[in-house]
Design a protein around this ligand. Structure first.
Ligand code: 13P
Ligand code: SF4
Length: 302
């Protein structure tokens, strides 16, 4: 019998998450994919996630439900230009966010996710290493600001998180201040002025845990600066809390990732039956080169 394992990122729709064997952030899903005893892995996420699953579990057939599920951090990065940029810093360690193509990963010394990026870069600096960071400019700017690093940064952004806007946020805060308590939790792909206003910054799982464990004023308004899919998980975990997505402009709490939302129930169902985009275009040499920096991260994180 064919063993099919379905993985879904927190940004997919609730109905899709309900079809999955495992729902998680990108680090959790990578680990799950690596260890899955599966003939077919259906990855309800985006292409770089499915590629990572294939690289870590090359014996499985990995299927992306919709071929259009890309990520702006990947499409904004020309790999030839990245290689030239990397060559300008021969004495630096190249740390790349997991939201990158397999060719991009192969040009990297370390891969990180939003869950372990702070610790891995701190460890490199503690060894006296010099670091360059790609592709997420917002995440890199946050790390440079927060820890006083001077990492040269590649310049791509998440088109979803980059929309969160501090002026709209300040207006939303002003409607509450003086009358009640409010908090902001944010994903580090958000712009630095938004992150400077945050009470907690972390990965999707980190934010979910923060909400789950929240023990402050029960009437507080909790603003969440990330993709709207995870609000479902947060409401489920804590139906008692006033959770609101951070605004992208006045009155608009409606920020979602178009690529994640291509994972419709029908597309995932078709993928579970074997139809979809099979990740079969990476050569063994490409996979080997990309696996090395991913495995460094997984070893560090375990
Ligand atoms: P996580 O690593 O928090 O799952 O984030 C992945 C992502 O694509 C965020 O936009
Ligand atoms: Fe990429 Fe942003 Fe969508 Fe995440 S939310 S998959 S970073 S475009």
């Amino acid at each position: 019998m064919t063993r099919v394992v379905t993985l879904a990122h927190y940004y997919t729709q609730p109905e899709v998450q309900q079809m999955a064997d495992k729902v998680g952030d990108s680090l959790e899903l990578s680990l799950y994919a690596r260890d899955a005893e599966a003939d077919i892995i259906v990855f309800a996420g985006v292409r770089f996630m499915a590629e990572t699953a294939k690289i870590l579990n090359p014996g499985a057939t990995v299927i992306l439900p919709d071929s259009g599920s890309t990520c702006s951090l990947v499409t904004q990065t020309d790999v030839g230009a990245l290689a030239a940029w990397r060559a300008r810093y021969p004495d630096h360690v190249h740390v790349s966010y997991i939201n990158s193509s397999a060719e991009h990963k192969a040009l990297s010394d370390w891969i990180v996710t939003s869950r372990n990026v702070d610790d891995i870069i701190a460890d490199l600096y503690s060894q006296g290493k010099k670091v360059i960071f790609s592709p997420d400019r917002n995440m890199g700017a946050y790390l440079n600001f927060q820890y006083g690093y001077d990492m040269p940064l590649w310049s791509a952004v998440c088109e979803v998180h980059d929309k969160f806007n501090e002026a709209a946020l300040d207006e939303a805060f002003a409607a509450i201040d003086g009358k009640g308590t409010r908090f902001l939790i944010a994903h580090p792909e958000s712009p630095l002025p938004v992150l400077k206003r945050a009470d907690y910054i972390g990965s999707t799982s980190g934010m979910l845990n923060w909400v789950r464990d929240y023990a402050g004023d029960p009437s507080a308004v909790l603003f969440v600066a990330t993709e709207d899919g995870i609000l479902y998980n947060m409401h489920q975990a804590r139906p008692d809390l006033d959770l609101r997505q951070a605004p992208i402009y006045t009155g608009c709490q409606c920020n979602s990732c178009p690529y994640m939302k291509l994972n419709t129930v029908d597309a995932v169902r078709r993928a579970q039956a074997g139809a979809g985009t099979v990740i079969d275009y990476l050569t063994p040499a490409q996979m080997d080169a990309a696996r090395l920096p991913i495995e460094r991260m997984l070893e560090f994180s375990q």
